[in-house]
Every structure is written in C-alpha cells, then in structure tokens.
Design a protein around this ligand. Structure first.
Ligand code: UD1
Length: 356
C-alpha cells in the first residue's frame, strides 16, 4: 500500500499535526509530510516545525499568499501534481485553513480518501472563510477525527455518522501538555520587561483586522484594558497595516511585537492574568491553562471552551471588552478539562490510521 500523506500549510496546523505525525512514526505507519507554503515567514512556519520537532517536510509547495480564490487555485494546482505523482493511500488534513480545503478537494477528485483532524466544529457563521472550509472538508472526508463531543452532532446533522467518526480528543492540546514543563514564564516576561501581572492579546481575523471601523473599536477596548494591565500583542502580519492606521502602536500600555515562536508565546500565555484573542486555538489552550480568555468575536466554533473552560465571547464592543476584562481579573472563572483533552489524541488518531 502507498503512503499516508499529511498536509499542513498554516501556523495552526503545525501544533495539530505534530502529535499525529509523531504517533504515526512510532507505530511504523509510512507517512510523508507536505507543507503547502501557505504560511512562509520564518516566524509563521519554520520556527514551529523546529520547536515542535516536526520532521522537515518532504515537500514544500511554496504557494504563499493571495486572494482566497488565487491562493486556493494555486493550492489546487500544486497539490494535484503531488497527489498524482505520489498516489497516497490517504490524505490527512488538519483544521480549517485554505490548505485543508484545497487538499480535500484535490484528493476527493482523485478518489483518494481523506481523514480530517478537528472535524465537525461549526461556528454557523458562513462569513468566516474557515466555516466554509470546515463544511466542505467534512463533506468530502471519509474519516472524521473529532476533538469535542458536540461536533459529533454537527456532523450527524449534515448526514455524516457511523464508523468513520472517531472522538479522539484534541491533538493541539497534546502539544501543549507535552511542552508545558518547558514553558519558561520568567524568561519570556523578562525579555519583554513585563511585570508579574499582564495580558496577552492576538488579532488576525479578517472580520476584525480588515475593517478599520471594527479594528478601531477593538483597539479602543484594548487601550482601556491597558490602563489597568499592560498588554503584549504579538502581531500577525495580516493585520499590520489597518491596525497601525487606527493607532494600535500609539496605545499606552500596549506593547506590539513580532509574531513569536510556540514556546515563547505559550510561556507568555501561561503566565498571563488575561488573554484577549480572536484565535480559535488560543481559546482551547487558555481553557487547559485556566487563564481567563476574552474572545473578540461574536461566535465560536469551540463552545466547549465556554461551557467547560475559561472563555467568554465579547465581540468588538469596547465597553464590553473593558467590563469583561475587569470582571475576569477580579473573579477568574473556574474551569474543567474537556473530555479526552488528555494528551493522547495523536496516538488515538494514529491507531485508526494504522488500521486502514
Ligand atoms: C490563516 C487561516 C486562519 C488561521 C490563520 C492563522 C485561512 C482561510 N485562514 O489566516 O484560519 O487562523 O492562518 O495564522 O486559511 N502573511 C505573511 N506571512 C506569512 C503568512 C501570511 O506576511 O507567512 C500575510 C500576507 O499578507 C497574507 C496574509 O498574511 O496575505 C494572510 O495570510 P493567509 O494565509 O491568506 O491567511 P491568514 O490570515 O494567515
């Protein structure tokens, strides 16, 4: 039988794929790693591969950035060449980025079965490009690896159920638990001259950083929080222009830095009093670490981080951001660990892949 191919492309893919790729190797499952090159900056890609101990990709397709259509078209063309020449037995895709969608569409047309890691998450907000990617990928996949129980119901509502759906836990949390002891909080604080109590913020969603009006409201909210608590914000390249136009770099108490590697970023999160973010993964990571998380969105595809974790949706209203921050600081939320977020998801996935 030919090999399994894992496809990764963007920053959040690497923490999800790491444990699965490692567990496949441990079990002797033949696999190759393909990087689409959707993310290409050293700080958005290479640093994660190195820190997380992922093998050097067997191929990097160098697809890069573009409009959604342009980027997806380039991904389709490049992935088709690779899948045609390699004829993988299974294509394993991760999360909800454009590389996930493109690999699924190409594999499906070439009649190669697809395994989707992090299947069934739904924000029910089709204005998010990731929601479209999730729905299409799940419709095309044969095996659905589910990180959170409600996803099983979402899949069933779309006619997807049965032996291909596996509730396996969360491989991104495998990565966090594996590296938790190596997070050097004092060193990360010292490098940025942060006091003991500080907040971490991230912003990159198109809905927040493409529209100056929304970006301005969020920057206003962050500025209000920063009056009580210094904030460090490692800035994703996508938001730079608009966020700077609306004054991000002039906010007192807000330190904007370049994107950070996994270990330093997670150390800052682990040592923080509060996190403000529009990322999906960070909602999950703060749930495990017990750090209050204010999500700068109107919805989430990860509701378990609210029902069991430390997460709260605050949108982009500066009053609400300020009020929720003050409340979270005075009474940090209690939290439980979601089921099977136990560090063994990668092994469960590899066990299924080994049996195919
Ligand atoms: C992508 C994912 C998003 C994920 C995010 C994490 C899609 C649709 N979106 O969004 O779900 O949360 O990654 O980071 O796949 N850029 C660089 N250097 C890079 C990569 C990007 O400068 O290495 C800049 C470019 O200007 C590019 C922009 O960021 O146009 C957007 O990159 P893109 O890959 O299209 O989407 P992200 O916003 O990163």
């Amino acid at each position: 039988m030919s090999e399994i191919v894992h496809v990764v492309g963007a920053r959040p893919n690497f923490m999800k794929a790491g444990p699965v790729v490692a567990a496949c190797a441990e079990r002797g499952v033949e696999a190759r790693l393909i990087h689409t090159g959707q993310h290409y900056d050293e700080a958005m890609s290479q640093v994660f591969l190195e820190e997380l101990g992922l093998p050097e990709p067997d191929l990097n397709l160098g697809v890069g950035s573009g409009s959604h259509a342009g980027q997806t078209a380039a991904l389709l063309l490049e992935l088709e060449k690779v899948f045609r020449s390699e004829s993988p037995s299974v294509v394993v895709v991760y999360g909800d980025v454009n590389s996930t969608l493109a690999a699924s569409v190409v594999a499906s047309k070439l009649l190669i079965p697809i395994a989707h890691v992090e299947a069934g998450l739904r924000s029910f907000d089709r204005t998010m490009p990731e929601e479209v990617n999730r729905v299409v990928t799940d419709a095309l996949a044969t095996w659905h690896f589910v990180t959170s129980p409600e996803a099983i119901g979402h899949l069933a509502n779309e006619g997807i159920s049965g032996a291909g759906v596996h509730f396996v836990g969360n491989p991104m949390i495998d990565t966090l638990l594996a590296f938790r002891d190596r997070l050097d909080i004092p060193q990360a604080r010292d490098r940025f001259e942060l006091p003991d109590s500080y907040a971490v913020a991230t912003l990159h969603r198109p809905a927040n950083v493409d529209s100056p009006e929304t970006a301005r409201r969020i920057v206003d909210g962050l500025g209000r929080v920063a009056r009580s608590l210094p904030i460090i914000l490692p800035l994703h390249p996508r938001g730079r222009v608009v966020l700077n136009e609306v004054g991000l770099s002039d906010v007192n108490g807000l330190l904007v830095v370049e994107p950070l590697g996994y270990l330093e970023f997670m150390a800052l999160v682990a040592g923080a009093a509060l996190v403000l973010t529009d990322s999906g993964g960070i909602q999950e990571e703060t749930t495990i670490l017990g750090i209050p998380c204010l999500t700068l969105r109107e919805n989430t595809e990860r509701p378990i981080t609210i029902s069991m974790g430390t997460n709260q949706l605050v949108g982009s209203d500066p009053d609400l951001i300020e009020r929720a921050a003050m409340q979270a600081l005075s009474a940090p939320p209690s939290h439980e660990i979601p089921p099977l977020w136990d560090g063994k998801a990668g092994r469960r996935i590899a066990e299924v892949l080994a049996g195919l």
